[in-house]
Design a protein around this ligand. Structure first.
Ligand code: UDP
Ligand code: MG
Length: 330
C-alpha cells in the first residue's frame, strides 16, 4: 500500500489564486511516489472561492472540499482540514503560493527518512515591512523566553507532520488555537528545510496589525502564565516597598512630629498603583475570558457542506466536527 500525503489548504477569499495554486501544486504531487489528496477549506469566503473549488473537485476528485458555515479564521480552518485529512503525513500550505510547493518532494524525503516533523524555515523576511520584521522578532524572543515549548522562529504553518503528530493534534480540542505553538508542543523528531518566502501570488493579505497583535496574545496566553506571575511579583515588590515607606513615615512622625506634607507622594502612589492594578486586572481578564471560552465547549468550527469526504459511522454530527475522516473510495 503506497502512503498518502494530504495537503491542507485553508482559503479565505482566494478566488484569484486558486488557478495558479492548483496549476503549480498538482504536477508536483503527481511526480511523487505517493497517493495524495488536497483538503481545501473554504473559510466563509465572500468571493467565488467556493464555486471554483467545487469546479476543481469535479475535474480532480482528489481535491476535496470542506465548506465552513462562516469565516472562522485560519487556525480553525486548518483544524477542520487536519481533522478530515486521510494522509499518513499532512502539509498545511497557504493558497497564495507564498509557501513554495517545490519544497514538498524534499519534505516527503525527510519524512520517509524517519522525521515526524519537517519545518520549512524562511531564510529572510525581506518581503515584510521593517515594522513587521521587528515585531515578529520581538514576539518570538518574548514567547520563547516565557513559555515551556520552544517555538521555532520564522517557521509558519508550512511544515510536514507525520500521522502520529496529527493524531496528537486531533486530540487537542481547545478553542483558542495557536497552531504554531500546538505543532511545537507535540514534539517528536523534527528537522528543518530553508526557503525564500515570496510575495503573495495575487489577492491581498488577510492579516493586519490588529489581527497579528491578537494572534500574539493568543500565543502568549495559550503557552505561558508568566504574565500572571509578573502581576504577583510586581504586587509583592510594591507591598514590600510600601511597608518600608510606612515604617519610614512612622519613624519620621515620631521623631519630628506631623506637619501636613506628602500630598504629591500620596497622589503619585494612588495613581501609579491604580494604573498597575487595572493593567493586571486586564491581564487576568484575558485569561478568564479564555477559560470561559474553553468551558463553553463550543465546536471549533461548523461545516456547511463537504465534497469528496464522507462521514464514517459512529462519529459525532457532521455539522459540528469529527476527529477522524473516511474518504469516499475513488
Ligand atoms: N486564511 C483563512 N482564513 C482567514 C484568513 C486567512 O483561511 O480568516 C488563509 C488564506 O486564505 C491563506 C492563508 O490563510 O491561504 C494565509 O493567509 P494570508 O496569505 O492572508 O496571510 P499572510 O501570508 O499574509 O501571513
Ligand atoms: Mg500569504
Amino acid at each position: 500500500m503506497p502512503q498518502t500525503l494530504s495537503l491542507l489548504a485553508p482559503m479565505y477569499n482566494e478566488a484569484e489564486v486558486i488557478e495558479p495554486f492548483f496549476n503549480e501544486v498538482l504536477p508536483i504531487l503527481e511526480s511523487l511516489p505517493l497517493e495524495w489528496e488536497i483538503v481545501c477549506v473554504n473559510d466563509g469566503s465572500k468571493d467565488r472561492t467556493l464555486e471554483l473549488l467545487w469546479q476543481w473537485h469535479e475535474r480532480e476528485p482528489r481535491i476535496k472540499v470542506i465548506n465552513l458555515s462562516r469565516n472562522f479564521g485560519k487556525e480553525r480552518a486548518l483544524t477542520a482540514a487536519l481533522d478530515f485529512a486521510a494522509g499518513d503525513a499532512v502539509i498545511p500550505i497557504d493558497a497564495d503560493l507564498q509557501d513554495p510547493p517545490d519544497l514538498i518532494p524534499r519534505m516527503v524525503e525527510l519524512w520517509q527518512q524517519g522525521f515526524d516533523v519537517v519545518n520549512a524555515v524562511r531564510k529572510s523576511r525581506d518581503c515584510d515591512s521593517p515594522l513587521k520584521q521587528t515585531t515578529a522578532r520581538l514576539f518570538y524572543r518574548v514567547i520563547n523566553r516565557i513559555s515551556d515549548v520552544d517555538i521555532p522562529r520564522d517557521v509558519g504553518d508550512y511544515r510536514l507532520l507525520s500521522r502520529r503528530v496529527c493524531e496528537v493534534l486531533r486530540s487537542m480540542r481547545e478553542t483558542h488555537r495557536f497552531m504554531k505553538g500546538l505543532f511545537s508542543w507535540v514534539g517528536f523528531p523534527a528537522t528543518s528545510l530553508y526557503f525564500e518566502r515570496k510575495p503573495r501570488a495575487a489577492g491581498t493579505t488577510k492579516w493586519n496589525y490588529w489581527r497579528l497583535w491578537n494572534l500574539a496574545l493568543e500565543g502568549i496566553t495559550s503557552f505561558s502564565t508568566v504574565p500572571l506571575k509578573i502581576a504577583s511579583y510586581i504586587g509583592f515588590i510594591a507591598a514590600v516597598l510600601g511597608l518600608l515607606y510606612a515604617i519610614y513615615l512612622v519613624a519620621r512622625t515620631l521623631a519630628f512630629g506631623d506637619p501636613v506634607k506628602g500630598y504629591p507622594s500620596l497622589m503619585t502612589a494612588v495613581l501609579f498603583f491604580g494604573g498597575v492594578q487595572l493593567l493586571f486586572i486586564g491581564v487576568i481578564g484575558e485569561y478568564i475570558a479564555r477559560i470561559q471560552d474553553e468551558v463553553k465547549g463550543r465546536p471549533i468550527y461548523v461545516i456547511e457542506s463537504i465534497r469528496g469526504i464522507c462521514r464514517s459511522t459512529g462519529t459525532p454530527d457532521l455539522h459540528t466536527e469529527r476527529r477522524r475522516a473516511t474518504i469516499y473510495p475513488d
